[in-house]
Design a protein around this ligand. Structure first.
Ligand code: AGP
Length: 612
């Protein structure tokens, strides 16, 4: 998954492209490049391994200038992150392309092109696109037709932008399976993988639909269907006002640290206008929700990564509190199996970005499977997931720049808890039970602040973990997915191998790993399972494991040389997963900080996983 941006106008577009790339770097950051049609009507490019800052340095040393250009920030799928594999790819002086997605049949196409004398320079799947287009240009087709013909040969998912001296004042762009939006400015036009990247340039947008091919000029946009490129299509122009979210770390050294600390305010926003007094307000999930939720007899949640862990927590809530069966599945599995959908089932997709390829594919598949409706729990209002779902809960977490998700988790859990309460209500549950949880939610921000106050102790403990190669996180009930999430966070940013386990499962295998070199982190709120968990802790103790216990009030854990106890705030049982997740984020953050890893942009990862 990568970010692409393009611009066509009457001024030099290089600064626009570079600025746009900075706004898209969350989609991939292992290499970057741009190409413009220069004053001699040739495509000229600069590319680099590494981040956009490296590209800027190269362009400072060797400036490029042009009024039509394309740019790309990459997350390597085919071929190493190197300058040679960085986009844009060119075919001689005929065409330059940037691509986001995956061309599944590229090996066949590559063989075919090599057999006909093409000189391919990279190991990427994308370079074949430039050569296929050039071949059509050589056959004297128009640029639009050339791109359309080339696209007919491609299998997979792709958003493509094309610049060519054949039409030096236009870009041709295509959307098939990867997002693309056109921004219409005053005498200029822009293209990007995400609308947010263009917000400082214009407030008029056309979101391209699947199978669209468009000619983007400074004085107009023409959209055609890739299936029949002679047929022009009209698409709605959306007015979206606002500024691109400032990438400002404030007083913090990383976005992750800032975003962890933004959670109290984010939780307030996630609840704003959604609860009142002792009730959840019915339109939380849109006006149709009351009618839809009254028909729901089961819930099927699909998501990836941390969002999947949120779904696992929600399963405990939905089954325990609302009394409805709930299945939770990783999106990449759901999309490739024959799911059995229970009658009256609600499809719930959770995604911070709303652009995760597997989750979007799952949503699209869900439409043919007879679900009652689809609900998106999402942080990005303009995302594909939101646009394609029947109902939406916007997390209101604010922009999350750190690759490691933090505040979006708290906010999506808030949404899932509200969903649980509304499902319970639609099944005739007592308003008192709802009132008790809603009252607890009113102080969620304070509870999170209390958990954040443990930071100095966590920082000290983190320093002791940096030379460990492994760590085990244990929880029971809804704290088991919290353990999974904590393990993901630690491995993602500190590169320490970590596993989350249901504590009761320990004796079925993982206990064999325990010795004095294995830190075991335990999530221990005061709940019905605390005694069971305490026995599991004793099993670890007896084998010499080093314990770190995040302990609820009135639990019996006492600090000793081999057991660190962090006292957690007294919280409502249902809110415990939200609150206990917070200090575990801090633990991962401080371990990574002590180790000196790139916390906001960990190696090999990207913020939005827009390829499968
Ligand atoms: C979380 O820290 C990860 N970076 C990752 O697992 C993420 O949650 C996953 O890729 C899903 O993203 P989404 O919520 O945007 O769909």
């Amino acid at each position: 998954m990568c970010g692409i941006i393009g611009a066509v106008g009457t001024r030099d577009v290089v600064p626009i492209l570079l600025d746009g790339l900075r706004g898209l770097e969350y989609r991939g950051y292992d290499s970057a490049g741009l190409a413009v049609i220069d004053s001699t009507q040739r495509p000229v490019r600069e590319r680099t391994r590494g981040k956009v800052t490296s590209l800027v340095e190269k362009l400072n040393a060797r400036p490029l200038c042009g009024t039509t250009g394309i740019a790309h920030t990459r997350w390597a799928t085919h071929g190493a992150p190197s300058e040679r594999n960085a986009h844009p790819h060119v075919c001689g002086a005929k065409v330059a392309i940037a691509h986001n997605g995956i061309i599944e049949n590229y090996e066949t196409l590559r063989r075919e092109l090599l057999a006909t004398g093409a000189m391919l320079e990279s190991e990427t799947d994308s370079e074949v696109i430039a050569h296929l287009i050039a071949r059509e240009i050589d056959a004297d087709r128009s640029l639009l037709d050339s791109v359309a013909q080339a696209c007919h040969r491609l299998e997979g998912a792709f958003a493509i932008e094309v610049a060519s001296p054949k039409v030096p004042d236009a870009l041709i762009v295509v959307r098939v399976g990867s997002p693309l939006v056109v921004g219409i400015g005053d005498g200029e036009a822009f293209v990007a993988s995400a609308l947010d990247a263009l917000l400082d340039l214009t407030d008029q947008f056309v979101v391209l639909e699947e199978g669209d091919i468009a000619e983007v000029r400074c004085d107009g946009l023409r959209i055609f269907s890739l299936a029949s490129p002679k047929r022009e299509i009209k698409r709605e122009v959306l007015k979206v006002e606002g500024k691109r979210h400032l990438k400002d770390k404030g007083e913090f050294d990383t976005f992750m640290h800032k975003e962890i600390h933004e959670q109290p305010e984010a939780a307030v926003r996630a609840l704003e206008s959604r609860i009142s007094g002792t009730r959840v307000l019915q339109p939380v999930f849109g006006v149709a929700a009351e009618r839809v939720l009254s028909r729901v007899r089961s819930v099927h949640i699909v998501a990836a990564g941390s969002s999947y862990h949120c779904g696992l927590i929600a399963k405990y809530w939905i089954e325990d509190v609302a009394g409805l069966p709930c299945q939770v599945e990783v999106a990449s599995e759901f999309r490739y199996r024959k799911a059995v959908v229970l009658p009256g089932s609600l499809f719930v997709a959770i995604s911070q970005s709303g652009e995760t390829a597997d989750t979007l594919a799952a949503l699209r598949i869900s439409r043919r499977l007879g679900f009652v409706a689809s609900l998106a729990i999402c942080n990005v209002p303009t995302s594909t997931l939101v646009r394609e779902s029947n109902m939406t809960y916007l997390m209101q977490a604010g922009p999350e720049f750190s690759v490691a998700s933090t505040k979006a988790i708290s906010c999506s859990l808030v949404g899932l808890l509200l969903l649980t309460l509304l499902l319970g209500r639609s099944r005739g549950h007592s308003p008192d039970a709802e009132a008790e949880v809603v009252e607890a939610l009113h102080s969620l921000d304070d509870d999170i602040r209390e958990a954040l106050a443990l930071e100095p102790q966590i920082e000290t403990l983190a320093a002791q973990l940096i030379h460990r190669n492994h760590a085990l996180f244990l929880g029971r009930g809804p704290q088991y997915p919290v353990a999974l999430e904590a393990a993901l966070k630690l491995k993602e940013i500190s590169y320490i191998h970590a596993e989350g386990y249901p504590a009761g499962e320990l004796k079925h295998g993982p206990l064999a790993l325990i010795d004095e070199s294995m830190p075991v982190i335990v999530i221990a709120p005061k709940d019905d399972l605390i005694e069971k968990l305490a026995s599991n802790v004793r099993e670890v103790e007896a084998r010499g494991g080093e314990l770190i216990v995040f302990a609820g009030q009135d639990t019996s854990f006492a600090a000793r040389s081999d057991m660190h106890v962090l006292p957690m705030p007294r919280v409502h049982e249902l809110l415990a997963p939200i609150i206990y997740n917070v200090p575990l984020q801090l633990l991962a953050y401080h371990v990574a900080r002590c180790k000196g890893t790139d916390i906001d942009q960990p190696r090999n990862l990207a913020k939005a996983v827009t390829v499968e």
